[in-house]
Design a protein around this ligand. Structure first.
Ligand SMILES: [Fe+2]
Ligand SMILES: [Fe+2]
Length: 132
């Protein structure tokens, strides 16, 4: 069984962004289903975060999005958190159950509190500038 399935309730109404968000769901599900180990998953999450957050922030700059500072702070919070999890697992070699649980809760929190709430707040701005 999946950890979390993507459905329309997670859509931000912008195809390119939904596609990137679906990649995050696929990543955490692959870990949950045992197709990827914790080291690989954290490494993937680290590069995914950089790629995905920079995509959103690129459009914030381009469209002069009014909440860009507030949104950027939230991205920063998630980046700090993933760095901390990576440090424990990859640098200190403590890839234990605790880090595994925290990683899954981290992604669940990101999806339910950031994607489902904050990301949806830029939809009107992005659509106004021609993204669909
Ligand atoms: Fe996002
Ligand atoms: Fe975001």
């Amino acid at each position: 069984m999946s950890f979390i399935d993507w459905d329309e309730s997670y859509s931000v109404g912008i195809k390119l962004i939904d596609k990137q968000h679906q990649k995050l769901f696929a990543l955490i599900n692959a870990f949950h289903d045992g197709q990827q180990n914790l080291e690989e998953t954290l490494q993937d999450l680290l590069s995914y975060i950089d790629f995905h957050f920079r995509t959103e922030e690129h459009y914030f700059d381009e469209f002069s999005y009014e909440d860009k500072a507030k949104h950027g702070q939230q991205h920063h919070f998630y980046e700090e958190r993933i760095h901390e999890l990576c440090k424990r697992c990859l640098d200190e070699k403590k890839c234990d159950e605790q880090v595994s649980d925290e990683t899954q809760e981290f992604v669940r929190d990101w999806i339910t509190h950031h994607i489902k709430i904050s990301d949806k707040e830029y939809t009107a701005c992005f659509q106004k500038h021609g993204l669909e």
